[in-house]
Design a binder for this molecule. Structure first.
Ligand code: SF4
Ligand code: MG
Length: 302
């Protein structure tokens, strides 16, 4: 059983002459085999950085990431273990090589996994595309089809964990829920975990077993999808859910929530959400609610 465990993870961005940014500022999360966890939050909240750290692409400044009990780090993962975590990115145009036939690109993944019996066309079939697409080039396809191809390529490596970093945000509305459901079904069928990152709560609700809400580098609420949906506890989660019925389907903050996301290089003291929180109390300005599953002083554990 290959479980992903993220414990008190801190990931810093450093650039010369600029303040250190704690893009992930102490986050804990697990993804079990066959489980779908939706990670939601506004852009810039640290979701992608967390995903990249899980893939060993960013070192942890503090805390730990383990996968199947072994630490994940840029040096700690051997090649075979790296293929066990596969990522599907937002932009299928950028992630596929335009000059190579899609079948050859899928074949790369099969080779890495040492799979000599599966044909690239088999994987195209699994993602709902015709077998003969294997002989074509990426530019011949729509965004939704390209994302299916990217998913087929990820699956070729037989991952134990699939990560989608905003995999549907570049797609049109009809392709969005189809691709999201496809990722869910493929992950669950193969027993792989799926960490599905999105700012679109309405799609995450369709596919996730659990939802984790991230704000300014922190996970502020985690819970079973139906519970979070029926009874969101953190004021930020409530704000996000209040934003759901947008005509364009995007979960953006409602107008009544004041202010923008603060500068992650200079986060507010105490609760990071306090400058925007309609329920702010004195304690919130001085003391960070550093606990789960709801990191808010209104929901402190006994
Ligand atoms: Fe609002 Fe305080 Fe809860 Fe932060 S801790 S979300 S400021 S009530
Ligand atoms: Mg991102």
């Amino acid at each position: 059983m290959t479980t992903l465990t993220i414990s008190d993870l801190v990931v810093e961005h450093r650039s010369p002459g600029r303040p250190v940014v704690r893009a992930v500022a102490g986050a804990s999360l697990t993804v079990s085999p066959g489980e779908v966890v939706g990670l939601v939050g506004e852009s810039g909240c640290g979701k992608s950085t967390l995903a990249r750290a899980v893939c060993g692409l960013h070192p942890a400044a503090e805390g730990e990431i383990t996968f199947g009990g072994r630490p994940v780090s840029p040096l700690g993962l051997r090649r075979r273990e790296l293929t066990a975590i596969q990522m599907v990115f937002q932009d299928p145009y950028a992630s596929l090589n335009p000059r190579r036939r899609v079948g050859d690109q899928i074949a790369d993944g099969l080779r890495t996994a040492g799979d000599t019996t599966t044909a690239p066309a088999d994987l195209l079939e699994r993602v709902g595309l015709p077998r003969e697409f294997a002989g074509r080039h990426p530019h011949e396809f729509s965004g939704g089809q390209r994302q299916r191809i990217a998913i087929a390529r990820a699956l070729a490596a037989r991952p134990s964990l699939l990560i989608g970093d905003e995999p549907i945000s570049a797609l049109d509305a009809s392709a969005q829920s189809q691709v999201a459901r496809l990722m869910r079904d493929l992950a669950v069928d193969s027993g792989a975990g799926l960490l599905f990152i999105s700012h679109d709560l309405s799609v995450v609700r369709l596919i996730a077993d659990r939802i984790a809400v991230m704000y300014l580098g922190k996970i502020v609420e985690v819970g079973r999808t139906e519970e979070v949906w029926a009874d969101p506890k953190h004021p930020y989660t409530r704000a996000l859910l209040g934003a759901i019925p947008q005509p364009d389907g995007l979960g953006v903050l409602p107008a009544e929530l004041p202010g923008d996301v603060p500068d992650p290089a200079d986060p507010p003291h105490g609760c990071r959400f306090h400058p925007r929180c309609p329920l702010v109390m004195d304690v919130c300005r001085v003391k960070e609610p550093d606990f789960g599953p709801v990191a808010c002083w209104l929901h402190a554990p006994e």
